[in-house]
Design a protein around this ligand. Structure first.
Ligand code: KIV
Length: 289
């Protein structure tokens, strides 16, 4: 593999013949993720966009926080991920980085900040790394963005790939439906995944593809493959935090497991607060000076 950025197993801090306890890793790096794949230990990844939530997710022990361009949807209320700007991504990323002690922070390069011109891609990435303190970037696409990936990697910055449903191309796809169900698209994805590994990407996200294809790609690649709607045969899973906590209510894809129902819980709490204020129950004697 060209441009590989991983420590060899002998040099690794946690590697030994016995299974390392990855929970004890003080700082998750791209090397940690590589070792997790080699030991068959699944990688947990969630999105985060702000300080307070990132602190909770890091404290809970998540391995990777992705400052996703899904911030455009869940934080800013846009219909697609396209409008979010580089400055806005840097603002979210810096907030997340200030919160974390352990996890690896990966930041999405937003639409328009890396396609077509590798110099622009490197400039955008350097701004993210310098101004947010993040540890790696993610970008969407395969062979089309080869030169941008090479140029970013040449500056020593780890890159995570993203194939399958790539939301920045939504107007090309026309729909958010499952990708690569047809042989031609599946074959292109399989080849692009290998290309990304050869270029030196440290990891790959596969979004909304058949589980059999996700498993095939993860088995072929040496780098960790993290899925969202790509089945259980990959090396780790990522979900949008607002979706898995039940803050978003209407979004119900088949791949989503909701762990909480925060929309209803928050609404209930706020309704009680309103009622308490209106009835003069809040504040009581103990809650005033
Ligand atoms: O922006 C995002 O949240 C993502 C995940 C869906 C992987 O790219």
């Amino acid at each position: 593999m060209q441009n590989m950025v991983y420590l060899s197993p002998e040099k690794s801090s946690v590697m030994s013949s016995a299974q390392p306890d990855f929970n004890k890793v003080k700082r998750v790096t791209v090397h940690t993720l590589q070792e997790m794949k080699e030991h068959g230990v699944k990688i947990s990844m969630l999105t985060a966009y702000d300080f307070s939530m990132a602190r909770i997710l890091d404290d809970a022990g998540v391995d990777v926080l992705l400052v996703g361009d899904s911030a455009s949807n869940v934080m800013a209320g846009h219909e697609t991920t396209l409008p979010i700007t580089l400055d806005q991504m840097i603002y979210h990323a810096a907030s997340v980085v200030r919160a974390i002690d352990r996890c690896l922070v990966v930041v999405d390069l937003p639409f328009g900040s890396y396609q077509g011109n590798s110099k622009v891609a490197l400039d955008s990435t350097i701004r993210i790394m310098k101004e947010s303190g993040a540890h790696a970037v993610k970008l969407e696409g395969g062979r089309e963005v080869k030169e941008s990936i090479e140029r970013i990697l040449s500056a020593g910055i780890p890159v995570m790939g993203h194939l399958g449903l790539t939301p920045q191309s939504i107007y090309k796809f026309g729909t958010y439906t499952v990708r690569a169900t047809e042989e031609m698209e599946a074959q292109k994805l399989y080849e692009d995944a290998q290309l990304l590994e050869q270029l030196g990407c440290f990891s790959l996200v596969l979004e909304k593809i058949p589980a059999s294809l996700g498993e095939k790609v993860a088995a072929k690649l040496h780098i960790p493959v993290i899925g969202i709607g790509a089945g259980g045969g990959v090396d780790g899973q990522v979900l949008v935090m607002h979706d898995m906590l039940g803050i978003t209510k209407e979004f119900k894809p088949r791949f989503l497991r909701r762990y909480l129902n925060l929309y209803d819980d928050i609404k209930k709490g706020v309704s009680q607060y309103i009622a308490d204020v209106k009835s003069n129950d809040f504040p009581n004697d103990m809650e005033e000076y």
